[in-house]
Design a protein around this ligand. Structure first.
Ligand code: ADP
Ligand code: F6P
Length: 322
């Protein structure tokens, strides 16, 4: 039975991380455990940046974006020396378990720490939804809603000028954000790494639609950042169609803002489940969502899984985008 656990956020922040920190803290306290907040991820663990978490220290954060524990990337933690220093820091504090809220890199660190005797449980927190063993990662819904809100605004000016807007959305190498956002904003095309794309075909479709009676005079093309060709796509489409094109990179704004209901609720359920595992001394697990329900899986097994792309949704997009 773990009596004292730690919690940290690591890697890129995501809206809803605060809700997860709150859930971990409150669930653990209500089970009679002590909770230590570790600031700035593994960096703070090695530098001993700690705070005692109380019910009140997580008051008023469920609705806030970012992470009250701050976050960082810690190159030192990628080798065993760093991991052993992390183990020593946990032992100094008397931690019998650690909740790591972050992405797959953070989970590898959690796996290493588990392997040297500190039971760790990972909670998926990233806007990209690119963690293999879970249908959902905290922050995904908020980030997509933010992107939709921004592109709705962008459409106003794109329409006034009869232009094409090529909009780059985040997602690292994954196109989940791009496809969903493209559907939600009624984009004319979406370009992701998971599927081949054909600029000739996109340009031909734009020209055809423009020349139809009462046809379209402005266009929104959503590009996943992983494609790495946003400027080039915009320039090429302009040359091919003669339609003036502008690039908008939504960037880090997608990582901020108040989390949606979905992010708050799932973060709370996942945080609660993580504490239940650590209470029983169970570590080396990742919390995920499977068939809409919170579950947990062996950390290495979870990281080795392959995540299917949303092929059907991608096809539905193209069958309705004209
Ligand atoms: P994310 O968790 O969002 O994928 P990163 O890949 O930047 O973000 O990882 C966050 C942190 O996790 C890194 O700075 C490092 O401390 C740790 N980490 C990343 N990869 C590994 C690894 N292979 N082994 C151990 N720790 C890692
Ligand atoms: O993983 C989240 C994410 O926002 C990705 O979508 C993006 O590629 C990356 O992080 C940006 O990282 P940084 O904060 O280092 O610029």
């Amino acid at each position: 039975m773990a009596k004292k656990i730690g919690v940290l956020t690591s890697g890129g922040d995501a809206p809803g991380m605060n809700a997860a920190v709150r859930a971990v803290t409150r669930a653990a306290l209500s089970k009679g455990m002590e909770v230590v907040g570790i600031q700035r991820g593994y960096v703070g663990l090695l530098n001993r940046e700690f705070e005692e978490m109380t019910a009140r220290s997580v008051s008023g954060i469920i609705q806030r974006g970012g992470t009250c524990l701050y976050t960082a990337r810690c190159p030192e933690f990628r080798n065993m020396d760093g991991v052993l220093k992390g183990k020593a820091a946990c032992e100094e504090l008397g931690l019998e378990g650690l909740v790591v809220i972050g992405g797959d890199g953070s989970f590898r660190g959690a796996g290493d720490l588990s392997s040297v005797g500190i039971p760790c449980v990972g909670i998926p927190g990233t806007i990209d939804n690119d963690i293999q063993c879970t249908e959902y990662t905290i922050g995904y819904d908020t980030a997509m809603n933010t992107a939709v809100e921004m592109i709705d605004k962008l459409r106003d000016t794109t329409q006034s000028h009869d232009r094409c807007s090529v909009v780059e959305v985040m997602g690292r190498k994954a196109g989940f954000i791009a496809v969903n956002v493209a559907i939600a904003v009624g984009a004319e095309a979406v370009i992701t790494l998971e599927r081949p794309y054909d600029l000739d075909a996109i340009a031909a479709k734009m020209v055809k639609t423009k020349n139809e009676k009462g046809g379209k005079h402005h266009f929104i093309i959503v590009v996943a950042e992983g494609v790495g060709q946003t400027e080039n796509i915009s320039r090429t489409l302009q040359e091919m169609t003669g339609i003036e094109s502008r690039v908008t990179v939504l960037g880090h704004v997608q990582r901020g803002g108040s989390p949606t209901l979905r992010d708050r609720v799932i973060a709370t359920e996942m945080g609660y489940h993580a504490v239940e595992l650590l209470e029983q001394g169970i570590g080396n697990r990742i919390i995920g969502l499977k068939d809409g329900k919170v579950y947990d899986i062996d950390l290495q097994e979870g990281l080795a899984m392959k995540k299917p792309f949303i092929d059907q949704r991608y096809d539905i997009f193209y069958d309705t985008a004209y």
